[in-house]
Design a protein around this ligand. Structure first.
Ligand code: DGI
Ligand code: FE
Ligand code: FE
Length: 202
């Protein structure tokens, strides 16, 4: 067995997660798993990949900020993220944990973890599914979440646009900076929705 870099079972991933996060985050993650698998089935992503990305997406959430910063610096992620809210850093770091500690090689799974907070333009279906599942898992309660849950049944792009738009509005209302990838992701998803509506003959 190759220590430190092996393909691991769902149970071992969940056990590893348990050791890294508090109980409420563990329960959040179980909710994201459930929502991500359902969305994957609905929109044609691989449910097993969605589940794996969901389990690992917040595994670095409780690292001390200096450890997160060093891990981002050691990664290939755009370094401009270090000039924005430290809340953004656990995504790219979790992808590195998935790759180096758990031997995850699937780039789509790694990207779903990597971009789960920020989003980005040109997201794959798997990336969208994991990002949206993070917003609508059963434990989430924020104004507008039920409308996003309803939209998620019918239109993945519209639901994710609404979710990211809500985050952008929240950040602006608090006088915080918005990471450009989130704005680009929002515009991309709105564009996709508008183009489809037009096609439909409106
Ligand atoms: O890790 P979770 O709490 O499950 O959720 P998340 O990974 O989506 O983190 C969301 C937090 O990140 C939320 O409090 C908003 C904050 N944040 C700060 N700046 C940005 C941002 N989120 C996005 N999408 N874009 C930003 O620029
Ligand atoms: Fe997160
Ligand atoms: Fe999360």
């Amino acid at each position: 067995m190759c220590m430190g870099k092996e393909i691991v079972s769902r149970e071992r991933l969940l056990q590893a997660l348990r050791d890294e996060v508090p109980e409420h985050r563990f329960r959040h993650t179980l909710g994201v798993m459930e929502a991500a698998v359902r969305l994957a089935e609905r929109y044609g992503a691989d449910p097993a990949k969605a589940e794996m990305a969901a389990i690992l997406h917040d595994i670095a959430k409780y690292w001390p900020v200096e450890r997160l910063r060093a891990a981002v610096q050691a990664s290939a992620f755009p370094q401009d993220v270090l000039a924005y809210d430290a809340e953004l850093w656990h995504g790219p770091v979790a992808a590195e944990v998935a790759r180096t500690r758990f031997g995850v090689t699937d780039e789509d799974v790694l990207n779903a973890i990597r971009y789960h907070t920020t989003g980005r333009p040109g997201m794959s279906v798997l990336e969208k599914v994991v990002c949206l599942a993070d917003y609508i898992e059963p434990g989430r309660q924020f104004p507008g979440v039920d409308e996003i849950r309803r939209l998620a049944e019918a239109d993945l792009d519209a639901a994710l646009a609404k979710a990211l738009g809500g985050t952008i509005a929240y950040l602006i209302s608090r006088g915080m900076r918005v990471y450009p990838l989130t704005l680009l992701a929002y515009n991309d998803l709105i564009g996709a929705t508008a183009a489809r509506d037009k096609e439909g003959g409106g």
